[in-house]
Design a protein around this ligand. Structure first.
Ligand code: PMM
Length: 263
């Protein structure tokens, strides 16, 4: 899954693709580099970020999604809002990627159920302006698993088909570095819920912490690709990344290793 942030303030790419034309161009580059799904988002979720106006979010994502879908590309929408999700599916998105797993907008489950789209339910405890204060756990893996299981129950009760749900540990969302590493080390415990798992580690703070102090954000792409390959080896369904080429290559190495041949 390649990240297409149509935002002026994302932590990882600093608004470089804010203009819709540039966002489309960037998405096409990610697709050419091997992304199988393009994740279009109009609201930054970086730590401390304020919410974007709903109409503005729609204005950002819908034209980009419509154009990518028109070109036959597979698209997901990164949104916490039911109205945006509905418009995105209408414009051609096949998956709704909701970092709040339905907690930010109670209308989300119903919209997803009615649309028949696939749905990523990410572990989330609160909006970006307060999430760092919510990173308290006794056993982070058990608590994330149990909180996600409760979300799945609520979504299914609201009519979402369980087989359409993908789970995501929500790395960096109300999690400190050690929480993220524990979730990755024990990914199997999340997979034990029986649903596909998406991993979003790309360029996040805990990846940056592996590098010398003021390393530019692009230097996080190599460790991100390593996390991608280890996630795939651990059975992840997908990885969400900014630098698709590096992750694609890393996954091709894993495929060759596993099959004893190239391609
Ligand atoms: N991380 C970001 C945004 N959306 N969606 C999912 N499912 N999982 C994630 O880990 C995730 C996400 C962080 O922001 P970015 O788009 O600026 O990397």
């Amino acid at each position: 899954m390649g990240v297409v942030n149509v935002t002026p303030d994302s932590f990882s790419d600093g608004g470089r693709w804010f203009d819709p034309e540039r966002a489309i161009e960037h998405a096409l580059e990610l697709s050419a580099a091997g992304a199988e799904l393009l994740d279009v988002g109009g609201e930054s979720t970086r730590p401390g970020a304020a919410r974007v106006d709903p109409d503005e979010e729609l204005r950002r994502v819908v034209p980009v999604i419509a154009e990518l879908a028109r070109r036959g590309l597979r698209v997901s929408v990164d949104t916490m809002r039911a109205t945006t999700a509905a418009a995105a599916v209408e414009a051609g998105a096949e998956l709704v990627n909701d970092v709040s797993a339905g907690l930010a907008d109670r209308a989300m489950a119903e919209i997803v159920a009615a649309s028949g789209a696939r749905y990523v339910a990410m572990h989330w405890r609160g909006h970006s302006d307060r999430m760092d204060g919510l990173a308290e756990y006794h056993d982070v893996v058990r608590e994330v698993r149990d909180e996600l299981a409760a979300r799945v129950d609520a979504l299914v009760a609201a009519g979402v088909d369980a087989s359409r749900i993908v789970l995501d540990p929500g790395l960096g969302f109300a999690k400190r570095a050690e929480h993220n590493w524990q979730l990755l080390a024990r990914l199997d415990e999340l997979q034990a819920l029986g649903l596909p798992v998406l991993v979003g580690a790309s360029r996040k703070r805990f990846i940056g912490a592996l590098l010398p102090g003021d390393a530019p954000v692009e230097q996080r792409d190599l460790p991100t690709a390593v996390v991608s390959v280890l996630s795939a080896q651990a059975g992840a369904w997908a990885v969400r990344v900014h630098d698709v080429a590096a992750t694609r290559l890393a996954l091709d190495v894993l495929g060759a290793w596993q099959h004893g041949r190239r391609g």
